[in-house]
Design a binder for this molecule. Structure first.
Ligand code: MSP
Length: 512
């Protein structure tokens, strides 16, 4: 089986999960489910980023140990994911022993390759962003006089200390060549161009150790230094794949790292250069998605308007949230979460289109033939057109998801659903029943139910619970959605004449 490795960022434990964390994790879950359905050997990783000054300070503010804070927040994540039907294969914590080993092994590899040296460091540091700024960068951003962070506007601190450095500058040309030769490496394209011009602007060596706090992984052989939190964090993707025990981990290189646009530089510049220095393969793809605002406003801790997954789950089904987040905004662009748009998308696309097609098809089958698929007649052009559309949808959804175009994949399935509803109108089964044209009536109902079955399979990575429900009504047996494989179920014509469906039960009742 072909391996497929998808990751989310690992989330900081100084905050509780919010909409942004939920978004990336759902997107990664859809890819993982889609690839499993396609028959790949999937490894889907998420986890938590627990070290660093920010976490240490948050713990101090609560007068607890950093690990106690981490344990508490990790529990929130670990209990949230099953509620959102997240099917991760592993959960990595950077405070774990296996990760400690991997980071130190990574450090030694970089050191042995001559990519790390010791020097003095004088710079400006933004604690909340864990980012260093040079004087020039602050001046360029017009933040020099006020000494604040160009990203978050909060105060930056002056830092002077002995530090280890990573020779980032030495990999500049190699990285530029790599990005140019691998057009799919960084997506979307606008982000790729952004990274390219950043790298072409010149890379400075990166300070990769700290002596001013202790909550982190010590530099091997020089224990008063703690390894920079981003070196620590990025290595998680290797730890979980089996590094350093395995020389060629089965799942490495990753097929795709999903991240938010704010952490692009770390993933698309630092990480590839670290891997090049360590002599390890680069991830195949890095996709940076956009940011959500809520009812038109930026989410922030201070405003207290961050959307919490637990609150959302009290009002909406997990599957409805999963659908909305991936359908509403093209992956890669910013978007706005509003209750109005969620309701209108739900009502028009799920209740009116998918729900209605399922409901009316099963209702007619029940009314006209006791829920049994009857002997079909001659196949007409309009039947063949529907089958061709379903076939094309299956191919196109796969192509679209291979490039993380979730919203287009959903739109493509919706086209088939609309086609199905048109097919009902065009064939008017009620008229066929009245005229006693049983062969044609059976043919039309068969094509509808078979279309619905294949639609449900394609939608199952997005809405696993709802689609299990839909398939159960069609197949008249319990469906284990995680065990579905396209090889066994994707062909047209698997439903047999004589099969009995269930009576319709609403899967997507209208929202008021
Ligand atoms: N710990 C680092 C990642 C290390 S990965 C090796 C980190 N953690 S985070 O918890 O602050 O953020 C995780 C993700 O949440 C980021 O990808 C970020 O883009 C995303 N989001 C935070 N707010 C968001 C929105 N408002 N909308 C969408 N995603 C957002 O960064």
């Amino acid at each position: 089986m072909q391996p497929y490795y998808v990751t989310t960022p690992i989330y900081y434990v100084n905050d509780e999960p919010h909409l942004g964390h939920m978004y990336t994790t759902i997107a990664a879950d859809v890819l993982a489910r889609h690839e499993r359905l396609s028959g790949k050997d999937v490894f889907f990783l998420t986890g938590t980023d627990e070290h660093g000054q920010k976490v240490q300070q948050a713990a101090e503010a609560r007068e607890i140990e950093p690990i106690a804070l981490a344990d508490k927040v990790v529990e929130r994540y670990e209990s949230l994911w099953p509620e959102l039907s997240i099917s991760n294969d592993d959960f990595i914590r950077t405070s774990s022993e296996r990760h400690h080993k991997a980071v130190q092994a990574m450090w030694r590899r970089l050191e042995n390759a001559g990519a790390i040296y010791k020097d003095f460091y004088e710079d400006w540091y933004c604690v909340p962003c864990e980012t260093y700024w040079t004087e020039t960068q602050l001046k360029e951003a017009e933040c020099w006089d006020s000494h604040n962070c160009p990203d978050c506007q909060r105060d930056v601190e002056k830092i002077q200390e002995e530090s280890y450095f990573f020779r980032l500058s030495a990999f500049q040309d190699q990285l530029i060549t790599y990005i140019k030769e691998n057009p799919d490496f960084i997506a979307p394209e606008s982000r790729r161009n952004e990274v390219l011009s950043f790298v072409e602007g010149g890379l400075r060596d990166l300070s990769v150790s700290r002596t001013t706090f202790s909550w982190g992984i010590p530099v091997p052989g020089d224990e008063k230094h703690v390894i920079y939190v981003w070196i620590d964090a990025l290595t998680n993707y290797l730890t979980a794949a089996g590094f350093p025990e395995q020389e060629n981990p089965k799942y490495w290189p990753a097929d795709v790292h999903l991240i938010g646009k704010d952490i692009l530089r770390f993933h698309a510049v630092y990480w590839p250069c670290m891997l090049m220095a360590a002599g390890l393969p680069l991830p195949k793809r890095i996709f940076a998605h956009g940011w959500w605002t809520v009812e038109g406003e930026k989410m922030s801790k201070s405003k207290g308007n961050a959307l919490r997954p637990a609150d959302l789950l009290e009002k909406y089904d997990a599957d409805v949230l999963r659908y909305f987040l991936l359908r509403e905004v093209p992956f890669g662009q910013d978007g706005d979460f509003s209750v109005d748009s969620l309701k209108s998308r739900y009502n028009s696309e799920l209740a009116n289109d998918v729900g209605n097609l399922l409901n009316r098809s099963l209702a007619m089958l029940k009314k006209y033939n006791g829920s049994v698929l009857g002997e079909t007649g001659e196949e007409l052009d309009m039947d063949r057109a529907l089958i061709a559309d379903v076939d094309a949808m299956q191919r196109e959804v796969d192509e679209l998801l291979n490039r993380q175009a979730f919203h287009l994949a959903l739109e493509r399935v919706n086209q088939v659903v609309k086609h199905g509803n048109r097919y009902v109108e065009d064939n008017a089964p009620w008229g066929l029943a009245k005229a006693g044209d049983t062969a044609r009536l059976n043919t039309v109902l068969y094509h509808l139910i078979e279309t619905l079955r294949l639609v449900a399979i394609q939608l199952s990575p997005f809405m696993p619970e709802k689609m299990a429900d839909m398939l159960t009504q069609i197949l008249n047996k319990d469906v284990k959605i995680d065990a579905l494989r396209l090889l066994d179920c994707a062909g047209w014509g698997q439903l047999k004449v004589g099969h009995t469906c269930q009576s319709p039960a609403p899967v997507f009742p209208r929202m008021e």
